[in-house]
Design a protein around this ligand. Structure first.
Ligand code: UD1
Length: 416
């Protein structure tokens, strides 16, 4: 199993090109099932998760080809409606195929994803939302099963803001018969990007980017030709790397507004941030200051940056409180950071981070994608060598991470 060896203590300086967003690419890949034909997705990040999603589509009968970051999906020959447990358990986002299959074929058999490293992560909103649109779904032997489904417009209000369930119901509503009203939807850029891609191929969606959507179903959609938006979490992770190492990084091909909440926190912690229309330059302080953070749905501070922010605060002067209100248990990085000398106390869903003068390199273990990113950040700033095990988690979400870090001065090496 691959490991990453990082020799820390060097400020990162230079330019980092930011890749396409994993969380925008996956639902748009699923949406190619809605229309028969050849779809072209550009700026798709080459990651384990996009490969896994391609595999799911292939199992359904689609033909998927990558040429660099251009992904061509021919969904003409889709002839199966089953997404098997073996794939869904490795990537929860596979559940995105549920609505498109119901919309196009009136049937689906999709494995329930089960738990994940940071808690139960239910899919009840996906199911009750689809049921509100006329889909009678059963749970049979661990699978969500729909037969003879005819989607009809309905009204559904979210009691919890959910990225995944919003995307799922948008995909159901665009081909449903009649009008669907969705209330209190997620407005993450990834969701809006899916909406934009659907509108470009003929969907009728009103209110994109707002908390309420009105979707008028259409009979058919044209194939998608879309460019995936920049990955705001990758960009924010590199911004944190500059902040934490006292470096200066220019992040190119980004939409600064997509990670403004993170940039503001890094400024509060002492970084200087220069914003251009499609680039951001972050200059870190000699030592960050403590900041308090509460994660929230967009446009709030993203839960996907909570772990990385804890790493920054681990080295800050003063005590920071980092609260995750989206995922209450998402703290598996805390004991690993403690192995590197961080002083962090968990009180429920709040991490009390008492900044220390130095972190020290240590062997540590990655437990999930963003937890791994926080260990990389800590390793870049630590004294000595950090050896990170189980980095397949990183490969799920960061395209050529060690190459990008190496190009801006990090001493980082993948060991097979
Ligand atoms: C997506 C992102 C993930 C990010 C998360 C929150 C993808 C592929 N993944 O995950 O990186 O951390 O958004 O920004 O885009 N919930 C329910 N019932 C449901 C669905 C969700 O109670 O049916 C709850 C969850 O437990 C959580 C909250 O809603 O507390 C938000 O989860 P959600 O936005 O759905 O996350 P995902 O779409 O799974």
């Amino acid at each position: 199993m691959d490991k990453l060896l990082i020799t820390g203590g060097r400020p990162l300086e230079g330019t980092v090109p930011i890749s396409g967003a994993k969380n925008a690419a996956l639902p748009i890949m699923a949406a190619t099932l809605l229309a028969s034909g050849v779809h072209t997705l550009r700026n798709v990040p080459r990651l384990r998760d996009t490969r896994t999603f391609a595999r799911v589509l292939e199992l359904l009968g689609a033909k998927v080809a990558f040429d660099g970051n251009v992904c061509t999906i021919d969904s003409t020959g889709v002839n199966s409606v089953e997404a098997p447990y073996e794939l869904v358990k490795t990537m929860r986002a596979s559940i995105y195929v549920l609505a498109p299959l119901l919309a196009r074929f009136g049937a689906a058999r999709v494995s329930l994803p089960g738990g994940c490293a940071w808690g139960p992560r239910p899919v009840n909103l996906h199911l009750s939302g689809l049921q509100a649109m006329g889909a009678a779904l059963d749970i049979e032997h661990g699978y969500i099963v729909g037969r003879d489904v005819k989607l009809i417009g309905g009204r559904f209000g979210f009691d919890v803001v959910s990225v995944g369930a919003t995307a799922q119901l948008m995909m159901a509503a665009v081909l449903a018969q009649g009008t669907t009203v969705l209330e209190n939807v997620a407005v993450e850029p990834d969701v809006t990007a899916l909406g934009d891609a659907l509108v470009a191929c003929g969907a009728r969606i009103e209110g994109l980017g707002s908390r309420n959507l009105t979707i008028h179903g259409v009979a058919t959609l044209k194939p998608i030709d879309a460019t995936i938006i920049p990955d705001r979490i990758e960009a924010a992770t590199f911004a944190a790397a500059a902040a934490m190492t006292g470096g200066r990084l220019r992040l190119e091909r980004v939409v600064p507004a997509h990670f403004e909440a993170v940039l503001r926190k890094l400024e509060e912690a002492g970084s200087t941030v220069e914003r251009a229309p499609d680039a951001v330059t972050v200059t870190g302080p000699s030592r960050p200051r403590a900041v308090n953070v509460v994660t929230q749905p967009f446009p709030g501070f993203p839960t996907d940056m909570q772990a990385q922010m804890i790493a920054v605060c681990a080295l800050a002067s003063g005590t920071s409180l980092i609260e995750d209100t989206v995922y209450l248990d998402r703290f598996t990085h805390v004991p690993e950071l403690a192995r590197m000398g961080a002083s962090i106390e968990l009180r429920g869903n709040v991490a009390v981070v008492r900044g220390v003068d130095r972190l020290y390199g240590a062997p540590v273990m990655a437990t999930d994608l963003r937890a791994s990113a926080s260990l990389v950040l800590a390793g870049l700033a630590a004294n000595g060598d950090t050896l990170i095990d189980r980095i397949y988690h990183l490969d799920r979400g960061y395209e050529t991470l060690e190459k990008k870090l190496g190009a801006v001065g990090a001493r980082i090496e993948r060991i097979s």
